[in-house]
Design a protein around this ligand. Structure first.
Ligand code: GCO
Ligand code: MG
Length: 412
């Protein structure tokens, strides 16, 4: 079974997505997600100019060999662009192998280790009443676990709070948060860590007293704190029993987590911007985290993320894969299959895609009582409607950035 055709499909239904579609000489097709939010076309060029010519004629069954070949023969290793491109090839080959054998991908990975996947959604609100409405609306949609993001007194717009564009005028409830904004320049947001550190524990105290002790609550610090600030936040949130505190410090300084860990028992999650097992080496070995945040899409695909998670399993560290709307339905399906198969699954982030996206990507996963399941179609269970994709051409979009009150650029 040889790879006969490799196409890179760029579409922007509700947002931009990059998809690799491989076709074999016996007519099977496989899809892989290569979406790198805000830098999409860099991966398109990497795939089209440098990877597609290497794929034609290769044996589609040789997933591991193709991975090693693309990784090692490039000489220039790792990085989000390279690893998203390799991920797309890897994922598409797993899809093809599933179709060739008539099995869903999770069966090829060892079979189901559970009945369904606990998923969390994003509740947000500038003030408490709005936040409470948002949490209730997620609970009504079936979510059992909820991420809580809130406004901070004195700040206009901050990470995780839905903008007016997503405001549901009728219900008064803010739904899914989409940080990338279409346009020629990134938008500017403001930030003040000291106000945030003062305010956040009061919000979690209010949420716990309104919603009780049972509901798993998560929070994303989005890389904004120094190690000692993060240590203080983790400590001050301990009474509210968080499921996790995510990205408390900028993720590229992995040693920072040592200091945070020394001061708090709040579970830590990190890694949505990591792209290889080498980014995790120290923090897994030293048990500095509790959850691995990497997505299949940004971490070299199913094959490589499985290696990261098998390593993490030795230290009782679990998965918590990144699943915002910038992971396409293909990427989400891939991580549902992997999450179902591994033993050390923790939780999966799940932000629902919009209607146009669902028109482009035909999916077969199920969502029942707050639990996801990838379904039992052979392969990943996702097909791309090329006509629908063609109706939504690429539109430039950027993630926002932050400045402090004195104008200094800060981590967003
Ligand atoms: C999350 C993330 C996202 C990112 C986005 C960037 O935890 O879901 O932090 O909201 O900001 O994926 O592309
Ligand atoms: Mg995050």
């Amino acid at each position: 079974m040889r790879i006969d055709k490799a196409e890179v499909i760029v579409t922007s239904p509700d947002r931009n997505f990059v998809t690799l579609k491989l076709t074999t000489d016996d007519g099977l097709t496989g899809l892989g997600d290569a979406t790198l939010n805000g830098r999409e076309l860099a991966v398109v060029a990497y795939l089209e100019e440098h990877v597609v010519p290497l794929l034609l004629g290769r044996d589609a069954h040789r997933i591991e060999d193709t991975w090693q070949f693309l990784y090692r023969s490039a000489y220039w290793r790792r990085g989000p662009v390279t690893m998203a491109a390799i991920a797309a090839v890897d994922t598409a080959l797993w899809d093809i192998k599933g179709k060739a054998t008539g099995m869903p991908v999770y069966q090829l990975l060892g079979g189901a280790s559970r009945e369904g996947l606990l998923a969390y959604g994003h509740a947000s609100g500038k003030e408490l009443p709005e936040l409470f409405d948002s949490i209730r609306s997620y609970q009504e949609q079936g979510y059992q676990a909820i991420r809580v993001q809130t406004g901070v007194p004195g700040l206009k717009s901050i990470y995780g709070i839905a903008s007016n564009a997503t405001y549901e005028a009728n219900s008064g409830v803010r739904y899914d948060y989409e940080p990338a904004q279409r346009g020629d320049l990134p938008s500017l947001e403001d930030w003040d860590t000291r106000s945030y550190l003062r305010h956040l524990p009061t919000v979690f105290e209010a949420v716990r007293s309104e919603f009780g002790p049972e509901v798993p609550l998560l929070h994303d610090g989005h890389h904004r704190m120094s190690p000692i600030q993060a240590a203080r936040l983790g400590k001050s949130l301990e009474p509210f029993d968080l499921f996790w505190l995510e990205d408390c410090t900028p993720a590229e300084n992995q040693e920072a987590l040592r200091l945070v860990r020394q001061h708090t028992t709040t579970p830590l999650a990190i890694g949505e911007i990591f792209n290889s097992v080498w980014d995790y080496q120290q923090i897994i070995r030293e048990q500095l985290i509790d959850y691995v945040r990497s997505a299949v899409t940004h971490t070299g695909g199913i094959s490589h993320l499985k290696k990261v998670l098998d390593y993490a399993a030795q230290y009782q560290i679990k998965s918590g894969m990144h699943g915002p709307t910038d992971i396409s339905p293909v990427g989400m399906a891939a991580q549902m299959h992997l999450s179902l198969a591994i033993h050390n699954f923790g939780i999966l982030e799940y932000m629902k895609h919009g209607e146009k996206t669902n028109e482009v990507f035909r999916q077969s996963f199920t969502w029942t009582d707050g639990m996801l399941h990838p379904g039992n179609e052979p392969g990943l269970g996702v097909e791309l409607d090329a006509d629908a994709a063609g109706r939504y051409p690429y539109q430039r979009a950027y993630l926002p950035f932050n400045r402090l009150a004195d104008g200094t650029v800060h981590d967003w």
